[in-house]
Design a protein around this ligand. Structure first.
Ligand SMILES: Cc1cc2nc3c(=O)[nH]c(=O)nc-3n(C[C@H](O)[C@H](O)[C@H](O)COP(=O)(O)O)c2cc1C
Length: 365
């Protein structure tokens, strides 16, 4: 990877590298390897631009894509479309490729009702490189400008937002989109009913910032769990452990009281400013139209950590069957889809889902 400008501390790390093996099976890298083994990985070797190319190629394709030659970012990679169909979802969860959709859903249902406690580890590959303070520049990451209809580059499209309830310390892990606003700032777009919004509300009552960690390039089971409707206070890492049939290995962040997957590709520590709202969007969303949130939160990054040669994970949505639709459809069948009490969203998602389910029936997959 080209180093982010400023001082990147490389943690001399036979130790960190050796740690790559144990959890690798459940990591994004392990998943990409499995996709390559079943000969579905499309390596995009020709030069692609982070501005529009990566997003357009992602939306036009139904295959998992590893972009290996990104303009302005020599040596860096972006992965998209990992969960673009039900077989890939099965592969992400380590299931038989021959399983039918019904068998797969039944197995996911069984796993979802048997959560695993996460396991703490002392070190992990994401601790390999650290940039902090005034040296931090998020634009050193190959963050795509996914769609011509988006107002800017989006840092968070397929990632985790980790926060804690300031009163009870209960953790929440969710997926809330994040627009890049500057070298160390991004918006956080949440519905008012989201658990992250509840955490911020509590810390704002005390006039305090809310610590947040963003993990990019994590095992896909954790993304599925983070998007599922878990009751307030339930730990999404436990659900993820159930889905992947192995405890999620967690690292305590060095600078904030939060835990992130040890095998994440990239982790950003920081905080949400209290009582500040910014505009997020226009963003081309899952409905196939743009939306704007003028009341989004303002995240400030304080530390960037990444594995050697990190793989940036994101996605481009807004087309039927995009990978977010695949997750929504799966969660809907498991009754784990949440609309945060928005009847409009429920209506839109129901119709989107209905189309997808009809298509699956026709395709017989
Ligand atoms: C790709 C993707 C992007 C999402 N973006 C957002 C978002 O920007 N804001 C939001 O409130 N929910 C978003 N969601 C849905 C939430 O992840 C989901 O509602 C989750 O259950 C929220 O967690 P919570 O109930 O703990 O707040 C997104 C889901 C996916 C799959």
């Amino acid at each position: 990877m080209t180093d982010p400008p400023g001082e990147t501390r490389r943690n001399s790390s036979a130790a960190a590298e050796q740690q790559e093996q144990p959890g690798e099976q459940a990591s994004l890298r392990g998943f990409i390897e499995r996709i390559a083994k079943v000969e579905r990985l499309v390596r995009v070797e020709e030069s692609t631009h982070w501005r529009f190319d990566i997003g357009r190629i992602t939306r036009d394709s139904k295959e998992p894509l590893l972009f290996e030659n990104i303009a302005d970012y020599p040596g860096q990679r972006v992965f998209t479309n990992g969960l673009r169909d039900i077989r890939l979802i099965g592969l992400a969860l380590g299931m038989e490729q021959e399983a039918s959709r019904e068998e797969l859903i039944a197995e996911v249902r069984r796993r979802a009702s048997n959560p695993f406690n996460p396991k703490f580890v002392e070190t992990g590959p994401v601790l390999g490189n650290t940039v902090e303070g005034s040296h931090l520049n998020l634009m050193a990451l190959p963050i795509p400008h996914w769609n011509e209809n988006d107002c800017a580059r989006y840092l968070g499209t397929w990632h985790l937002n980790v926060t804690k309830d300031p009163e009870t310390d209960a953790r929440n892990v969710g997926v809330y989109r994040m627009q890049l606003l500057g070298p160390n700032q991004a918006s956080v777009n949440t519905s008012p009913e989201s658990h992250l919004a509840l955490h911020l509300e509590k810390s704002e009552r005390e006039g305090r910032a809310l610590s947040m960690a963003v993990a990019i390039g994590v095992g896909e089971a954790i993304i599925m769990a983070a998007t599922a409707a878990c009751p307030y206070g339930m730990d999404e890492y436990e659900l993820a452990g159930g889905l992947q049939q192995r405890a999620v290995e967690l690292l305590r962040c060095p600078g904030v009281n939060l835990e992130v997957p040890a095998n994440a590709e990239i982790v950003i520590e920081g905080f949400i400013h209290p009582h500040i709202r910014v505009q997020d969007g226009p963003y081309f969303d899952y409905t196939g139209t743009t939306n704007t949130n003028r009341g989004a939160f303002l995240f400030e990054a304080t530390r960037l950590m990444f594995r050697n040669d990190p793989i940036f994970r994101g996605t481009s949505i807004g087309v039927a069957g995009a990978e977010d639709h695949q997750i929504f459809a799966l969660l809907a069948e498991l009754q784990l889809l949440d609309f945060h009490r928005s009847s409009v969203k429920k209506h839109i998602q129901d119709s989107v889902l209905k189309q997808r389910l009809l298509r699956w029936t026709r395709a017989g997959t």
